[in-house]
Design a protein around this ligand. Structure first.
Ligand code: GDP
Ligand code: IMO
Ligand code: MG
Length: 442
C-alpha cells in the first residue's frame, strides 16, 4: 500500500482517529487535509487518552511525519496548546509540518461564528463555535490570512488591520458587540509565529515527493461525509470537503495518487448539532447508546444525538467516496441489545426512497424503513478473530455488507489500539505484512 484515505462515512465521530492511529504504525506520513479544531479525534493507547484537534492522529509514532495540509484551517493557539500537551506526555512532535497555504482562524472568526449562531436562534446550525464557517468564508472571498503570513510580520500586520477594520464594523454595527484590538491580536500572533514558524513549509511538495519515493501516506479526514459542504445535509454541515476528493484538494495531490479509500462508520449513528437525522432514537435506546457509548462531543462536550445505523447514508457515502472497504467501530456498544435495526430506505407520502432523496424536506420528514436483527449478549471487547464473534454479530456485519455493497474490512470492539478485528486477509497482508516498517501489535 502506498496511499490510503480515511474518511468518516456518517456525521463525524465515527472513530477515525482510532483507526488512523492503528494504521499509522504502517505508514511514513499522515496528512490532515481539511477542517480545523472543530474536529476531535480520540486515540487510546494503553491507559493514555489523547484528544487531537489539529495534529494528525499518527503523532504517537515518532517515525511518522505528520502534516497539517493546505485545506486545514489552523488556530495557532490551539495547535500550540496541543503541542504542549503532547510534550508533557513525552510525545515527539519534531516531525510536524504545516502547510504555508493553510488559512488561520483569527479571533474575529470565533466571535462572528458565535454571534451568527446566537442571531439564528432556533435555526442555528449548532456549530462548534471554533470560527470554522467564517474562516472558510474568508478563504473563499479571498480575504483570509494564511500561515505563511506569520513569516512576514509587515504583511501580517497590513492584512490584519485591513481585515479587522471591516470585521470590527460588523461586530460593532451589526451585532452590537465590543470591537477587537488589532495590537493585541498582532502581538499574540507574532508569539505564535515564534513557536510554529519552523514547521511551516509547502507541504504539497513534500507529500508528492514521499509518494514519488514509494513511501506510504495516509490521508486523515475530519468530520464526515454527511457534513461535507457540497454533499452533506446543507446548511447543517461544516464548511470543507470531507470526502475522499477533498483529500486531493486539501493535500495537493492528484486523484490518481489515492490507492485506497477506507470509510469509517459506527455500528449505529450519531450526530452533534442541528439538522436532519432520520434514524434518531428519542427514547430509552437512544439514551442507552449515548451513555454506554459515551456519546459526548470530543471538542465541545455536547451530547451526541444517537440512532440506528442508516444504510441509505452509508450507500451514499460509499458512492461519493468510492469506498474500497469500510471499518465498523463501536460494535461492542450494541452488545446486550435484544434487537438491532438497520435503516434500508426512507418512506415519505407512500414513496419509498432507497437513495438519499434530492429534496432535503423529505429527509426531515421521512420515516425510516428498518430491517430488524437479533442482538447478542456476549462481551465482545476481547475478540480478535472474526469467527469468534457471536453468530448474530456476524450476521449483523454481513448484512451491512450486503445492504451497502462494500466489504467490512475491520471491526473495532473497543477504543484501545489492540481492540480490533482485521477481517480481510488481503487487507491484512497489504497493510501489515508487506510492511516497510514496524510490525503491528494486535
Ligand atoms: P473521530 O472524531 O471520528 O476520531 O471519533 P471521536 O474520537 O470523536 O469519537 C469516537 C469515540 O469512540 C472516542 O471516544 C473513541 O475512543 C471511541 N471508540 C472508537 N472506537 C471504539 C470502539 O470500537 N468501541 C468503543 N467502545 N469505543 C470506541
Ligand atoms: P470529527 O472530525 C462531529 C458539526 C458541528 C455542527 C456542524 C458545523 O471529530 O468527526 P462547524 O463548527 O464545523 O461549523 O460545525 O458540524 N461538526 C462535527 N460533528 N464531529 C466533528 O468532527 C465535527 N466537526 C463539526 O457539530 O453540527
Ligand atoms: Mg470526533
Amino acid at each position: 500500500m502506498s496511499s490510503l484515505a480515511i474518511v468518516g462515512s456518517q456525521w463525524g465521530d465515527e472513530g477515525k482517529g482510532r483507526i488512523v492511529d492503528l494504521l499509522s504504525s504502517q505508514v511514513d506520513m499522515v496528512v490532515r487535509f481539511q477542517g480545523g479544531n472543530n474536529a476531535g479525534h480520540t486515540v487510546v493507547k494503553g491507559k493514555d487518552v489523547f484528544k487531537l484537534h489539529l495534529i494528525p492522529s499518527g503523532v504517537l509514532y515518532p517515525e511518522v511525519t505528520c502534516v497539517i495540509g493546505d485545506g486545514v484551517v489552523l488556530n495557532p493557539a490551539v495547535l500550540i496548546e496541543e503541542l504542549d500537551n503532547l510534550n508533557m506526555k513525552n510525545i515527539n512532535i519534531e516531525n510536524l509540518k504545516i502547510s504555508c497555504k493553510a488559512h488561520m482562524v483569527m479571533p474575529y472568526h470565533i466571535v462572528l461564528d458565535k454571534a451568527r449562531e446566537h442571531h439564528l436562534g432556533k435555526s442555528k446550525i449548532g456549530t462548534t463555535h471554533k470560527g470554522i464557517g467564517p474562516v472558510y468564508a474568508d478563504k473563499a472571498s479571498r480575504s483570509g490570512i494564511r500561515t505563511q503570513d506569520l513569516l512576514d510580520h509587515k504583511i501580517f500586520k497590513v492584512k490584519l488591520e485591513e481585515e479587522l477594520s471591516l470585521k470590527n464594523a460588523i461586530i460593532e454595527k451589526v451585532y452590537g458587540m465590543e470591537p477587537l484590538d488589532p495590537v493585541e491580536i498582532y502581538e499574540d500572533y507574532m508569539l505564535y509565529a515564534e513557536r510554529i514558524g519552523k514547521y511551516i513549509i509547502d507541504t504539497a511538495f513534500m507529500i508528492n515527493k514521499f509518494l514519488d519515493q514509494n513511501k506510504s501516506v495516509l490521508f486523515e479526514g475530519a468530520q464526515g461525509t454527511m457534513l461535507d459542504i457540497d454533499q452533506g445535509t446543507y446548511p447543517y454541515v461544516t464548511s470543507s470537503s470531507t470526502t475522499s476528493g477533498g483529500a486531493c484538494i486539501g493535500a495537493g495531490v492528484g486523484p490518481g495518487r489515492l490507492d485506497e479509500v477506507l470509510g469509517i462508520a459506527k455500528a449505529y449513528t450519531t450526530r452533534v448539532g442541528s439538522g436532519p437525522f432520520p434514524t434518531e432514537i428519542e427514547g430509552d435506546i437512544g439514551v442507552l447508546l449515548r451513555e454506554k457509548g459515551n456519546e459526548y462531543g470530543t471538542t465541545t462536550g455536547r451530547s451526541r444525538r444517537c440512532g440506528w445505523l442508516d444504510a441509505v447514508v452509508l450507500r451514499y457515502s460509499a458512492m461519493l467516496n468510492y469506498l474500497d472497504s469500510i471499518a465498523i467501530t463501536k460494535l461492542d456498544i450494541l452488545s446486550g441489545l435484544e434487537k438491532i435495526k438497520i435503516c434500508t430506505a426512507y418512506k415519505y407520502k407512500k414513496e419509498v426512497y432507497k437513495d438519499l432523496p434530492c429534496h432535503q424536506t423529505i429527509l426531515h420528514k421521512c420515516t425510516p424503513v428498518y430491517e430488524e436483527f437479533e442482538g447478542w449478549s456476549e462481551d465482545i471487547t476481547g475478540i480478535k478473530n472474526y469467527e469468534d464473534l457471536p453468530a448474530t454479530a456476524r450476521k449483523y456485519i454481513e448484512s451491512i455488507e450486503e445492504i451497502i455493497k462494500v466489504p467490512v474490512s475491520m471491526i473495532s470492539v473497543g477504543p484501545e489500539r489492540s481492540q480490533i478485528i482485521i477481517r480481510d486477509d488481503n487487507l491484512k497482508k497489504r497493510l501489515f505484512d508487506s510492511n516497510n516498517r514496524s510490525t503491528l501489535i494486535i
